[in-house]
Design a protein around this ligand. Structure first.
Ligand SMILES: Nc1ncnc2c1ncn2[C@@H]1O[C@H](COP(=O)(O)OP(=O)(O)O)[C@@H](O)[C@H]1O
Ligand SMILES: C[C@@](O)(CCOP(=O)(O)OP(=O)(O)O)CC(=O)O
Length: 505
């Protein structure tokens, strides 16, 4: 029996940095870039002597990184020991395995003999990230192909990942792999937790919104365990929007109080893991989440400028340092940013409502504006409803322009490239293109892929314009679905970009 689960990557449209502090909200879109985890036994048959074993095997394969690691799982302590070379270790998946197994141990109504048998058979885990998570610019260039989404489409699914050259450059240091910034580690951790919990019978991914074994819905159990694993593996507590998005899909997110993870952090010094996970599952998870999606007929596009991505932790460190050194200026900047973020959210909500209440007019306005630059949109404000829609479109643009100015100021003051000059030029030309509502640097900013929200069918023109500016448009689009069960191995079922079999929400 094998179980395959997948979880989506994200784009934080607004709320970067502020989202680290309650009660600031972030607007995060999930995407059709998905991470897959396949869990199956290493041995189908059990030898009679195996019932006396103290240890069993766990095999972790990451084909895209050409990595295979072997671990020994202690059946008493439920802890993992890596028996492969240390450079092939994966802390995210290691934490996910240990916590998922501890949760299975804790779920009292699970048949413990059947569970023990599953452990004795060994765990064979394979992880696969959609190509969209990684930069394939080098491969495309070396094959002499044009920098277009069509060229990306010619790559084999789950292609090998490029490592960034080891270089340390302070706040501009590059991450280990050439990534696009879609939250691969959060999606990977979530997919592994979900697949393992389903394989071990702790959750039922075919009905994850039903109340499950721990008195809450199974999605919440996956979230708590994935969030804990991700934070511990990362060694720091981020806002958690990426894990929440990987579990539940597109949302407006306000962070959890970090104290909820204190038992897991203390546990580094000794508590048994199932006790830790018991506390985690009973903890006061006080994050807030509400559904959001782009207004109708709007699309998300991502363009990779080709700089190999940025390292978020060092950027966050610099911003925090600035907040301490110049609290008054920092507070003023954050106050204005939070207002601008709220303004953007309000405009998008109003546009969704206008679409619902006046669909035909909305459709007409979006079609007309999709072939015009924003200065020309007013030409179509001929009737009151048209005018109202165009006013909100322009308002959303204004809000994003405000966000960009304030994010740039934050970066300059903190001495980190949140919206570096090269990105500013690209964003300005993108925002001036026909049918582009707005564009920005997602999340922490830096040199990761930029995002644009386009109207109607204007995206194809934008991707051509990007291509002529040496920017590679990715194949990623918004897809509001969170974690889900898949029907099989995505390499054989032909799933390559998030077209999944069972959607949850
Ligand atoms: N396919 C993979 N196999 C193993 N580890 C991976 C894979 N993809 C990503 N990772 C891990 O996740 C890290 C990147 O995670 P993260 O910082 O969340 O990136 P991003 O959010 O920008 O996608 C990598 O450095 C690597 O350790
Ligand atoms: C700064 C942040 O608020 C947003 C970072 O968003 P990104 O989307 O840039 O994240 P990574 O994929 O991890 O690089 C940090 C946080 O919220 O944890």
């Amino acid at each position: 029996m094998s179980v395959v689960a997948s979880a989506p990557g994200k784009v934080l449209m607004a709320g970067g940095y502020l989202i680290l502090e309650k009660p600031n909200a972030g607007l995060v879109l999930s995407t059709n870039a998905r991470f897959y985890a396949i869990v199956k036994p290493i041995n189908e048959e059990l030898k009679s002597e195996s019932w006396a074993w103290q240890w069993t095997d766990v095999k972790l394969t990451s084909p895209q990184l050409s990595r295979e690691s072997m671990y020994k799982l202690s059946l008493k302590q439920l802890t993992l020991q890596c028996v492969s070379a240390s450079d092939s270790r994966n802390p995210f998946v290691e934490h996910a395995i240990q916590y998922a197994i501890a949760a299975a141990h804790l779920a009292t109504d699970i048949d413990k003999e059947a569970l023990h048998k599953l452990f004795l058979q060994g765990l064979d885990i394979t992880i696969l990230g959609s190509n969209d998570f990684y930069s394939y610019r080098n491969q495309i260039e070396s094959r002499g192909l044009p920098l277009t989404p069509e060229s990306l489409g010619t790559l084999a699914p789950f292609a090998s990942i490029t490592f960034n050259a080891a270089e340390s450059n302070g706040a501009n240091s590059k991450p280990e792999v050439a990534k696009t910034g879609l939250g691969s580690s959060a999606a990977m951790t979530t997919a592994v937790v979900a697949a393992l919990l389903h394989y071990l019978g702790v959750v039922d991914l075919s009905e994850p919104c039903r109340e499950g074994k721990f008195g809450c819905c199974d999605l919440d159990v996956i979230h708590m365990i994935a969030q804990t694993s991700h934070c511990l593996a990362q060694g720091e507590v981020g806002s958690g929007f990426d894990v929440s998005c990987a579990v539940y899909g597109s949302q407006r997110y306000v962070r959890f109080s970090p104290e909820v993870l204190s038992s897991a952090q203390v546990a580094v010094t000794g508590l048994p893991l199932y006790e830790v996970i018991g506390k985690i599952l009973k903890g006061n998870w006080d994050h807030e989440r509400s559904e959001i999606s782009l207004p109708p007929l709007m699309n998300l596009f991502l363009g990779e400028p080709g700089s190999g991505g940025s390292s978020t932790p060092s950027m966050v460190g610099a911003v925090k340092k600035w907040q301490m050194s110049d609290p008054e200026k920092a507070r003023e900047n954050w106050q204005k940013l939070s207002e601008a973020n709220l303004e953007l959210e309000t405009k998008l909500n109003i546009l969704s409502k206008l679409a619902k209440d006046h669909w035909d007019v909305y459709l007409g306005v979006i079609k007309s504006c999709s072939v015009l630059t924003s200065e020309q949109w007013v030409l179509h404000a001929t009737e009151p409803i048209n005018e109202a829609i165009i006013k909100e479109l322009l308002g959303a643009r204004e809000a994003m322009l405000g966000i960009r100015i304030l994010m740039r100021q934050m970066g300059e003051a903190a001495g980190v490239p949140i919206e570096p000059e090269s990105q500013t030029q690209l964003l300005d030309s993108t925002m001036n293109a026909e049918g582009v509502l707005f564009a920005g640097v997602p999340g922490a900013g830096g040199f990761d892929a930029i995002f644009a929200i386009t109207l109607g069918d204007s995206g194809s023109k934008l991707t051509q314009a990007w291509s002529s500016q040496n920017v590679l448009a990715l194949l990623v689009r918004e897809d509001p679905h969170g974690v889900c069960l898949e029907s099989g191995d995505p390499r054989t079922t032909g799933i390559t970009s998030g077209v999944s079999s069972v959607h949850l929400e």
